[in-house]
Ligand binder design. Sequence first.
Ligand code: ATP
Ligand code: LTN
Length: 341
Amino acid sequence: MTENMPQETKQEKKKVIFSAIQPSGTITLGNYIGALRNWVKLQDDYNCIFAVADLHAITVRQDPKIFKQNILNAYALLLACGIDTEKSPFFIQSHVHTHAELAWILNCYTQFGELSRMTQFKDKSQKHADNVNAGLFTYPSLMAADILLYQADLVPVGADQKQHLELARNIADRFNGIYGKTFTIPDGYISKVGSRIMSLQDPTKKMSKSDENVNAWVAVLDNPDTIMKKFKRAVTDSEAVVRVGEGKDGINNLIGIMSSVTGKTADEITVEFEGKGYGDFKQAVGEAVVEELRPIQERFNDYIKNKDYLEEQYRKGAEFALRISQRTLDKAMKKIGYVLK
Ligand code: ATP
Ligand code: LTN
């Protein structure tokens, strides 16, 4: 029976996925394995909507020229990773005014106590102690708005965003409880493999683009020599056996990376490197990562030169996003009692 259904009916059944990434600096291998690569794979089975979350990015101070370049770079890089705008509307968050509007509304349904418990807020306010601004604090309400505007069923994120997602669910649930069903309650979609790629210098911390030690992360756009150097310098242990184990955070992480880019299991990797030292293993991980990133870098270099093409794509994405999100915003405002124009 499903076979005879018209195409639209089939598509309507697909679940909605929303996700976004901040253009707040270099996009890392952690972002790629933990987030972007999964987005690309989801495009056929879901109705995906993706965004560059540039409104979120100003919660920490940005240099205007670099910021502008980072936004375009992030957009082009995501296209290069395989986001297909024919399948998945892909836009820049600040182009769609409904996000800031719903974020304000949701702020009024979010408790101070809830926001105070967010570990990202605690971490970032320590890191940027001279600029603990209200935006940093209310960041999760804006993220909730991003998700709820599209009635997303699923939100693919790395493990570090789980708490924000929980909060988005609570906000949606609270609003629905007061006004009746308005928002879909989103579920997280956290892939088991690669959801937490660790720093190459301190493998007890996640790989983070804001780490001051450039050897801690690999950027998707790093050149092959740099990538190889960073892997060669990666912190390991003294056992010199390539296997997953307790107290072997560095090697566990490298095995995780190797496994994510080659599709081999940890056991297969252990067998392959039996009797070989860490030097050989690091070299092999570096090479595998270089090969994974090479075609992405080539496509990025083409896209970033083609400003007209980029503009055409992000305009198209914003138009679609506004149309869908305005419906949800109107619905929420009507329920609150606003006079719609
Ligand atoms: P920052 O260093 O500013 O905290 P970030 O590198 O953590 O930034 P985000 O923009 O916060 O990057 O994250 C983008 C996406 O990448 C999110 O879905 C996040 O969960 C995922 N992600 C970030 N770092 C990692 C990591 N080390 N491993 C796996 N996924 C990650
Ligand atoms: N906060 C996320 C980026 C982000 C996001 C979203 C992710 C902004 N809005 C909506 C999923 C859904 C981050 O820093 N990784």
